[in-house]
Design a protein around this ligand. Structure first.
Ligand SMILES: O=C1O[C@H](COP(=O)(O)O)[C@@H](O)[C@H](O)[C@H]1O
Length: 239
């Protein structure tokens, strides 16, 4: 699938760059602009970011942007059930690449994960996320080649409950058999309706996955990213 052939719904914008670094820089510029604009009118701005490998150059570019970072609340879209010193920890990734330089003083609202039993810990994580003001100002999503986004995995037995229209919980425990780690994810009540939502992708495989997702938007359970392929979404892609 080529970029130009993607059947994008009206109102979904595509930003394609020649390299991951240039696309990351463009996304960082746009996110910084939205945060600065928001901080002119609000005491705090909220930034929800994804983990994984794709966002690393974006985090590095964003951490160098000048804005009033002390008033920015940063939250992860999802986390793996590991201590925050573990190489698989998204919090560790954020500390290493985003919460540096100008962004070192941002307020990181961290999910306390990795200790004990996740089922038992879930109510405490829900309480930790309670101060997060909604709607979120900026949300940067990623996507896996199975169509998952955040940790909303198609094979997670908890997916239907997490995606249910009447779900009022901010976080959900996901135990997809495809993954070696249990996950904690923000839920659609938090992820939907952000003032600015970006989907950050790299590589041909992700483009092909996106094309598959776009081919049947009516089935978000098969590919949860579909729930976010809506007008207002900005997609940033590079080869
Ligand atoms: O497991 C995850 O995967 C997706 C995509 O990761 P990537 O390594 O292909 O960029 C990510 O968006 C999600 O936050 C992460 O936990």
């Amino acid at each position: 699938m080529k970029m130009s052939e993607l059947p994008l719904p009206q109102g979904v914008e595509l930003h394609d760059g020649p390299s991951p670094e240039q696309t990351a820089e463009a996304l960082a510029d746009d996110v910084a602009k939205v945060l600065r604009r928001r901080l002119k009118h609000a005491r705090n701005a909220t930034l929800v970011v994804s983990g994984g490998s794709t966002p690393v150059p974006f985090f590095q570019a964003l951490s160098g942007k000048t804005l009033d970072w002390g008033r920015v609340v940063v939250v992860l879209a999802d986390e793996r059930w590991v201590p925050d010193t573990h190489p698989d920890s998204n919090a560790a990734l954020l500390r290493a690449h985003l919460l540096q330089d100008c962004a070192a003083c941002a307020q990181f609202l961290q999910m306390e994960v990795g200790e004990g039993d996740p089922e038992t810990a879930l109510p405490a994580i829900e309480r930790q996320l309670a101060p997060l003001a909604l709607p979120v100002d900026v949300l940067v999503l990623g996507m896996g080649n199975d169509g998952h986004t955040a940790s909303l995995f198609p094979d997670a037995p908890e997916l239907a409950q997490a995606m249910a229209a009447d779900n009022e919980c901010r976080v959900a425990l996901m135990t997809p058999p495809s993954q070696s780690r249990k996950r904690i994810t923000l839920t659609p009540p938090v992820l939907a309706g952000a003032r600015f939502t970006a989907l950050h992708l790299k590589g041909q495989e992700k483009l092909d996955t996106l094309a598959t997702a776009l081919a049947d938007l009516d089935d978000p359970m098969a590919m949860p990213i579909r729930a976010f392929l809506k007008p207002g979404l900005e997609i940033y892609w590079s080869p």
